[in-house]
Structures are given as structure tokens and as C-alpha cells.
Ligand binder design. Structure first.
Ligand code: ADP
Ligand code: MG
Length: 393
């Protein structure tokens, strides 16, 4: 997806005000009627319609007249709101090239004023194959409504919380810098995705390190659930960093054993195929680790998980609640079972955000751009957004 951040510079204060008004309206409207946008934005000199047209031209909004006339945010519009907020907070000052495309994310370089480069991950839930989207929709049918934007925001919050907690426990993960909406800022990992590595100096050592990570995660009550050569980075010194955490589950999950075994199997399979390794040799040479293994040398889930110490407290400290976990876990699980191919058929912008979603918010009330702390009652009563006057130039 193209992200022309130069456009950010040309967007006026009014543009952002109206864009934010649409975001707010989406808390309880699938499509936000023009009059509501006008009322929430309450531009001093009017002209909301003209601004809407401009935002539409730049694809920050989508016009929908299927049920009634109105607008909703596109992912690009959501990107701009998150980027603007993080720039206002001083987290970074510029956006650079795209460095990764995941199934349901885009990753860009960003840089601070003093030139420190970091990674920005924009979550894009819903950007999967049509069938996967459908199965997820079916899964969510008990909910009156949902939103890809809302789910992407939860995925980002979860990723941020897990990354921070893992970092605090000494796991080799990127440094979790900040998070807003569907966007996570983290340190840039030096090195390459493991899938690109054809040769290793010390394959046995790297193998032990990687399997050791799966085991240590389980000892901390967690399973990565997508632990493969695409989500492991490795540098020239063969130092390993793991990434990509939105799908992690607890070892108490009802499918925990299966996810754990699958993560382990991915590692075994990759080393066998890519580095011609056979495993008896390296799992038998006891290097002081006391992990129960089965006859084939694979770590044994039940004996590890029974003594697991959970990271609940650390996760809660990042603002990620149990309820958030349930919602995102249920949603992402559909995708875990059968890995979705990444055609863009299902690209979804936000749809309706239910009241339940709207009330479970939100982190940064101190933030000028971020006004989603308001609930439905506030929205109805809102005449103008004084908050917004402080930001943008
Ligand atoms: P997805 O959830 O969509 O798979 P990932 O988090 O795995 O997204 O990121 C996709 C790709 O982006 C990775 O394979 C990697 O190449 C790159 N990437 C992600 N995070 C970083 C980072 N912190 N530093 C450097 N590259 C990264
Ligand atoms: Mg990945």
C-alpha cells in the first residue's frame, strides 16, 4: 500500500479536524453522515463539505451511499491520524521507505529529528484472502458489529504490550517504543529475516538458541503461534531476534499444546531442510538446559507448561486487558488454523464500531489528536472539539 507522507504536510488543520471527526463518528456509525461530521468538526468558518471532498480525493476517506450518504475512514486515513499523533508526541519526525509487507501489516522506517531510525508497523487486519475474511466474519457474527480498524488497533496494542513484557524479561525482541491506534513503533532490528539466510557459521548453536526461545516463552506462560523463519531475524553475528506478536496465546489456551508443537515443528523442519540438520546430535548433547524432550528430541509441552509463570501483570501494565485479549484471540485464531494467502480481496476499511468497542477505550487523553476517549454520550453532546485546536499547523 502506498503511503505518501508528503501529503501530511499539505493537509490543513481543518483537514485533520474533519478526518478526526469522521473517526469519532465511526464509534457508533458504520457510515458517518455528513451532518454529523459537520457537527463534530464544527469548523469555525464552515466548509466541511469542501474539506470532505479534499480528503476523499486523497483517499483518506471512503464515500458510501449504499444505505445513506456518508463517509468512513480508509486505512490510509487511519494511518495519517496515527502518524500525526506520534509525530506530535515527538516519537519520530519522518517516515521513510517500506521495509516489510506482512500478511496483515505494512512496515516502514521512521526517523527521529536526530536521525535515529526505527520501525513502524501498521496493522491491517482484514487484508487477507476472501475466504479467511469470511470465516472471521462468520466467527464474529454473534457481535452486532465490528470494525477492521478496531481490530487492527487491538492487534497493535497487544503486540506492543507483549513486546514490552518480553523485553523486560530479557527476550531478544525489538525495543517497544510507542503505540497509537493500529500503529506500533519499535527499534529497527539489524539483520535479515531468517528465511533469507542460506548459510550459518554455527547452525547447531542457532538452532539451540531458537528452540530455547520457544521453551523459555512457554516457561513464561506464552506461545508465539507463528514462530517460523519469517518472524525470526538474524544478524551477521548470528544473533537472533524474534518479532511479530499479535497472535501469541497463553499456555492455558485450549489449543496450547497444538500451537506449541507446531512452533517447535516449524523450527525443526526449517533446519532440516535448509541446513541439512538431523536432530539427535544436537538435542542429545546436554548443554546444561533441563528441558524434557520426547524420543525425537522435541521439547515436551506439558512438562514445561506446568511450571509456567505468567506475564499477566506486565501485560496489564501496558494497557492490554484480559477482555482485549479475548477479543483479539478469538479473531486471530481463525487465521491461525489455516494460514491465509495474501491477496488483497478482503481489504477492509472500518465498518461499524459497536458501543461495546466504543466504551473499551482508550489510552492517551492527553494527546491533542486523540479524541476517542469520548463515548457515545459525549459524541452526541459534542458541539466543538476544542482539543483539536492545539494541534496541526
Ligand atoms: P506480519 O505480522 O504482517 O507478518 P511482521 O512483524 O512479521 O509482520 O513484519 C513483516 C516483515 O517486516 C518482517 O519479516 C521483517 O522483514 C520486517 N520487520 C518487521 N519488524 C521489523 C523490525 N523491528 N526491524 C526490521 N525489520 C522488521
Ligand atoms: Mg510476520
Amino acid at each position: 500500500m502506498k503511503l505518501d507522507v508528503n501529503m501530511l504536510r499539505y493537509l490543513s488543520k481543518e483537514d485533520f479536524r474533519v478526518l478526526t471527526a469522521v473517526e469519532m463518528g465511526m464509534r457508533n456509525h458504520e457510515i458517518v453522515p455528513c451532518e454529523l461530521v459537520e457537527r463534530i468538526a464544527s469548523l469555525k468558518h464552515g466548509g466541511t463539505y469542501k474539506v470532505l471532498k479534499n480528503l476523499l480525493k486523497h483517499k483518506l476517506l471512503h464515500h458510501d451511499s449504499s444505505k445513506y450518504d456518508g463517509f468512513r475512514l480508509t486505512y490510509l486515513g487511519y494511518d495519517f491520524l496515527a502518524i500525526k499523533t506520534l509525530v506530535n508526541r515527538g516519537v519520530f519526525a519522518s517516515v521513510g521507505r517500506q521495509i516489510g509487507v506482512g500478511k496483515e501489516s505494512d512496515i516502514f522506517e521512521v526517523a527521529t529529528e536526530d536521525g535515529t531510525v526505527m520501525a513502524m508497523k501498521l496493522h491491517r487486519l482484514g487484508r487477507v484472502s476472501f475466504r479467511a475474511v469470511k470465516s472471521k466474519r462468520d466467527y464474529l457474527k454473534h457481535r452486532s458489529s465490528f470494525s477492521w480498524l478496531y481490530l487492527s488497533r487491538l492487534a497493535a496494542l497487544k503486540e506492543f504490550a507483549f513486546m514490552k513484557a518480553l523485553e523486560e524479561h530479557g527476550f531478544p525482541v525489538p525495543n517497544a517504543v510507542d503505540c497509537n491506534r493500529h500503529c506500533v513503533i519499535m527499534s529497527l532490528v539489524q539483520g535479515y529475516p531468517f528465511v533469507q539466510v542460506k548459510q550459518l557459521q554455527n547452525p547447531e548453536v542457532v538452532f539451540e538458541t531458537i528452540i530455547g526461545l520457544v521453551v523459555r516463552l512457554a516457561e513464561h506462560g506464552l506461545i508465539h503461534c507463528d514462530f517460523n523463519e519469517f518472524n525470526i531475524m538474524i544478524d551477521d553475528d548470528e544473533k537472533v531476534t524474534m518479532i511479530d506478536f499479535p497472535q501469541m496465546v497463553s499456555v492455558s489456551h485450549h489449543n496450547a499444546q497444538m500451537y506449541f508443537d507446531r512452533d517447535v515443528e516449524c523450527v525443526f523442519k526449517f533446519f532440516r531442510k535448509r541446513f541439512n540438520m538431523s536432530f539427535q546430535e544436537c538435542t542429545d548433547d546436554n548443554d546444561g538446559t533441563e528441558v524434557d524432550t520426547d524420543a525425537s528430541g522435541r521439547p515436551c509441552f506439558s512438562s514445561i507448561a506446568k511450571d509456567a509463570v505468567f506475564l499477566d501483570k506486565e501485560l496489564a501494565a501496558s494497557g492490554f486487558t484480559k477482555k482485549d485479549q479475548e477479543v483479539v484471540e478469538k479473531f486471530i485464531e481463525g487465521g491461525l488454523e489455516k494460514d491465509a494467502s495474501s491477496d488483497d480481496e478482503g481489504t477492509g476499511d472500518g465498518t461499524h464500531i459497536s458501543e461495546e468497542d466504543a466504551s473499551s477505550d482508550d489510552e492517551d487523553s492527553e494527546d491533542a489528536t486523540h479524541i476517542s476517549v469520548l463515548n457515545e454520550a459525549n459524541i452526541k453532546g459534542v458541539d466543538s472539539l476544542h482539543l483539536l485546536d492545539q494541534e496541526g499547523d
